[in-house]
Ligand binder design. Structure first.
Ligand code: AMP
Length: 540
């Protein structure tokens, strides 16, 4: 049969072209790393991104070369986000909070030829420079005035390089299945693993995740990604927002509640971050009697969102919470909690219960749960199992590994444990390595933690299993109290007991000043176990 539809390669340059042509004047407000608030739009971002791709080509960057980018969420980061793949190269996002050894490992492993770095992060690179094997040049993402001095490094100035170009060029043509970006998993155990996104996977992922039942973005939205662009593909907002023609507010490196609140003031309607950020924001709003006049929706994911956060946003500030689950390996959106008709039909408390789940997947993501033997488990909202995923933007094989990360039917083992209910709403109950097994039964550590943080004087909670001679493991709770509070452990356990069977209630409550976190802000249970071990912790 003759093919009669046009070829339209799904390359990400076309996303920015669309924004620049059909939404040219949409505002991009940004807190620059240099300090001042800057104002630009999609047309200017496109011009700058094209200039950058000219710079890269003039420096000899070849199709498929990897470029490490260590930068905060600013308008300039967008220029790089598109300029790098626009030159046919691969954007390797670098998390400045990684340990030095991990940074060295991933830069060498990805064979980054060039680094592009915000000026305040140059000391991080100086620190590891003598261990980097492939980097030839460093471009500092600033103007001449703010160029740092370095006795170790030869530094090139971004704005100076761009000034010499005219931006009159086409994007380098690549196949839609060519690599576009690479992001390493945070690697709490073993070395980080690289996930390579293609132009096609990023485009399909953005199309699917911006649909009304997912993020529901439009040209009327003003989107503020608080989640860093270096974390899990920046939750793809760098693609979804321009694809939908949204305006954007970029908060820069100031992640304080006060700093973020100031940026929300630029008319933000939609924002995204992990629960910890929003807990701090709610405290800030409450103690300063502030309101959120323009904000309509907030997407919360990366870790389980406590019910109290959802309730407070919705009841006190009239902001809808979209609880979501995803992974670096999934580009990253896996599920978003919006209301299907079955949930809309519930009363307010039923809808809130549904929001404790992470919702349902977009088209192009497929999920299933199985027991350890691989037998598929029922969707009854109770039976938990290993969560598997497959889809158009789900990893097939980690970078430079010899074998696939999926089983023979193409299912990727997410490492999460979940339930799915009759309406297809998925609830994460654990990481499989964190699940607590007591007397052969599983106890969800995430549910215990959510129950504990419902106590007004508890700031953060971690539930872990401690070896037990009779029951194999028993749960304990590690608690960080709110500032100047000292909650009674029995009160916390009594609160937990309201929603758990007696045998599931933790045997002990241990207080700590802070919990150990990974570079992406998740509680590191591995570290926590080490700390408790070092302290000679034993069950009471
Ligand atoms: P990352 O690739 O760093 O984004 O980490 C992905 C992991 O974060 C998932 O496999 C989950 O274990 C966890 N995660 C993400 N979103 C949620 C959520 N809403 N609730 C519970 N865990 C989550």
């Amino acid at each position: 049969m003759t093919v009669i539809m046009q070829e339209f390669p799904l390359t990400v340059g076309r996303i920015l072209d669309h924004a620049a042509k059909y939404h040219p004047n949409r505002k991009i407000v940004s807190r620059s790393v240099e300090g001042p608030i800057t104002h630009t739009n999609w047309a200017n971002i496109q011009r700058q991104a094209k200039k950058l791709s000219q710079v890269l080509l003039s420096m000899g960057v070849q199709t498929g070369d990897t470029i490490g980018v260590m930068a905060w969420n600013t308008a300039r980061h967008f220029e790089v986000w598109y300029g790098v793949p626009g030159a046919g190269a691969v954007n390797h996002t670098l998390n400045p909070r990684l340990f030095a050894d991990q940074l060295v490992y991933i830069i060498n492993h990805a064979e980054d030829r060039l680094l592009m770095v915000d000026f305040d992060l140059i000391p991080t690179i100086e620190n590891i420079w003598d261990r980097l094997k492939t980097v030839e040049n460093i471009i500092v993402m600033t103007d001449r005035e703010h160029m740092p001095e370095s006795s170790t490094l030869d530094l090139l100035c971004y704005e100076e390089l761009l000034e010499k170009q005219d931006g009159n060029c086409e994007w380098v043509e690549v196949d839609e299945t060519a690599p576009c970006g690479i992001c390493y998993t945070s690697g709490t155990t073993g070395d980080p693993k690289g996930v390579v996104y293609t132009h096609r996977s990023n485009t399909l992922h953005a199309l699917a995740s911006s649909a009304p039942d997912m993020l529901g973005l439009s040209s009327n939205d003003v989107v503020m990604p608080v989640v860093p662009m270096f974390h899990a593909n920046g939750w793809s907002l760098g693609y979804t927002a321009p694809m939908m023609g949204s305006s954007m507010v970029m908060p820069g490196r100031d992640m304080s509640a006060k700093g973020l609140y100031e940026m929300l003031g630029f008319g933000v309607t939609f924002t995204a971050a992990v629960p910890t950020i929003w807990m701090l924001m709610l405290q800030h709003l409450q103690s300063n009697n502030l309101t959120l006049p323009t904000l309509e929706r907030v997407i919360i994911g990366g870790a389980s969102c406590p019910r109290a956060v959802i309730e407070t946003f919705q009841n006190d500030y009239d902001v809808q919470v979209l609880h979501a689950w995803g992974m670096t390996e999934m580009s990253p959106v896996g599920t978003v909690c919006t209301f299907k008709p079955e949930v809309t039909a519930l009363d307010a408390s039923g809808r809130l219960d549904a929001q404790g789940t992470t919702g349902h997947p977009p088209y192009s993501v497929d999920l299933r749960i199985t027991d350890d033997a691989g037998v598929e488990q029922p969707w009854d909202g109770n039976t938990s199992g290993k969560l598997w995923a497959r889809g158009a933007a789900v990893v097939q094989r980690y970078f430079k590994q010899d074998s696939d990360a999926v089983d023979k039917d193409g299912w990727f083992d997410t490492g999460d444990v979940a339930t799915i209910d009759e309406n297809g709403y998925m609830r994460i109950t654990d990481r499989s390595k964190d699940v607590i097994k007591s007397g052969g039964e599983w106890i969800s550590s995430i549910s215990l933690e959510n129950a504990a943080v419902a106590h007004a004087d508890v700031a953060e909670a971690a539930a872990i299993g401690i070896p037990h001679p009779k029951w194999d493991e028993r749960p304990i709770l590690v608690i960080v109290a709110m500032p100047d509070k000292s909650p009674d452990p029995q009160d916390i356990l009594a609160l937990v007991a309201q929603s758990f069977a007696k045998w599931q209630v933790p045997d002990d409550v241990v207080f700590m000043d802070e919990l150990p976190h990974t570079a992406t802000g998740k509680i590191s249970k591995l570290e926590l176990r080490k700390i408790l071990n070092n302290q000679g912790y034993e069950l009471p």
